[in-house]
Ligand binder design. Structure first.
Ligand SMILES: [Zn+2]
Length: 399
């Protein structure tokens, strides 16, 4: 990576940032550098290191020197559009329905807030419905926190989102079973009882197992046994996709599996649980979702779900892929926050240092500023870093 080039660009923006806000901050400068030279993303850690050094230098400079040096550069101010861009596929009078589908295994952080606010804003713009739908069909590895349900609803309200309905997928299991049985009866799904290693090998080689050609009656019988007889890991319900698909994870992907673990909402009532792609596709159809806003990490899921939509002859919602809103440093992920809390470095999810919605609230940030910041950053495909200075500046402007 051309170190001098980064240094030069970073210095320009660090000076400007320091002049505008008193001191330069990594998030702000990094975003500017990356938008000027996107290829620096390829080695983000290195870029961060260099930029941090530059920022330290600039922040140590006397104010007069900063002003003098910054005058050498010209900064073109981009024209700022108010609100989100129009969606080209929306016809006059059309409603746009969206959903925010968090996993209640933790609390909302700023990255989730981006998707939620964009969804809410588009549903408002086109007079549609905005659903809060909890993706909570894995009681074991993504153990739902009972208090996360109400808190997420509260956080959305605080952010000014207008939730039309709150849905817990764990309460819709019977509906998912109904659609699963329909798929089996139509010959689009089968219960696979192969050993894991055998199935992995078959999948890798694109070979069908014997279960795939079982009769509908046989498959329905095995499906019933999933609820009663089989143990965890002994049987799964698969969708027939394309065994020759170049991506082996798409080949006959798993829709349901057995998880013997009590769920905070439904207890031990169910032991056969749908996976994310099945529950999500069914609900997007049932709720007439017309726009899905998602991150790049869901690209493969969309490809998997397409097979399900096709099997039912349903229309897939429009998809808008947006870049992630990331947080720098050691509290970047939900899991980091969890660890920091357990080690006592944070007092809780509402600690003002946590990049959670609860944390922002404790800190006294104006929620309208967060909202405006997210909407202004728009629907670009590339990732960006949280710029607290910008939020503070918007907050000041609003007060
Ligand atoms: Zn099998």
């Amino acid at each position: 990576m051309p170190e001098n080039q980064i240094k030069e660009i970073a210095r320009k923006y660090a000076l400007k940032n320091a002049m505008d806000y008193g001191s330069a901050r990594l998030g702000a400068v990094l975003n500017k550098v990356l938008s000027e030279v996107p290829k620096f993303r390829e080695n983000i850690k290195e870029a961060e290191k260099i930029i941090t050094e530059v920022i330290n230098e600039v922040n140590a400079m006397p104010k007069a020197d900063i002003e003098k040096e910054v005058a050498k550069y010209t900064f073109i101010k981009k024209e700022e559009r108010i609100g989100l861009p129009e969606l080209e596929w929306v016809t006059p009078g059309m409603q746009v329905n969206t959903r925010f589908a968090p996993n209640p295994s933790g609390f909302m952080h700023i990255g989730h807030a981006k998707i939620a606010v964009l969804c809410d804003e588009y549903s408002k713009k086109y007079n549609g419905r905005f659903y809060l739908r909890f993706d909570d069909t894995d009681p074991k590895t993504k153990k739902p926190l009972p208090e996360a349900y109400a808190q997420t609803a509260k956080d959305l309200e605080w952010l000014g989102c207008n939730v039309y309905q709150i849905i817990k997928q764990s309460e819709r299991i019977e509906l998912y079973y109904k659609f699963a049985e329909e798929l089996i009866r139509n010959g689009n799904a089968y219960v696979c009882t192969c050993a894991k290693e055998e199935m992995q090998e078959n999948r890798k080689r694109g070979i069908a197992c014997a279960c795939r050609s079982s009769s509908k009656e046989e498959a329905l019988d095995k499906w019933a046994k999933m609820k009663t007889v089989y143990k965890e890991g002994e049987a799964v319900l698969r969708l027939k996709t394309d065994l020759a698909h170049p991506n082996s994870s798409i080949r006959d992907w798993v829709m349901f599996r057995i998880i013997d673990y009590a769920h905070p909402v439904t207890g031990t009532k169910y032991r056969v649980w749908p996976l994310y792609n099945f529950a999500s596709a069914v609900d997007d159809h049932e709720m007439q979702i017309t726009l899905v806003i998602r991150g790049k990490e869901h690209e493969l899921n969309q490809m998997k779900q397409q097979y399900l939509f096709d099997a039912f002859s349903w229309h897939m919602p429009h998809v808008l892929e947006v870049g992630a809103l990331k947080v720098q440093g050691e509290l970047a992920h939900k899991s980091d926050i969890k660890i920091a809390i357990s080690e006592g470095r944070l007092s809780g999810w509402d600690d003002p240092r946590a990049p959670t919605i609860m944390g922002f609230r404790t800190k006294g940030v104006n929620p309208k500023a967060i909202r405006e910041y997210i909407i202004a950053s728009g629907i670009k495909k590339h990732d960006s870093y949280l710029d607290l200075q910008k939020i503070a500046a918007i907050s000041k402007k609003l007060s």
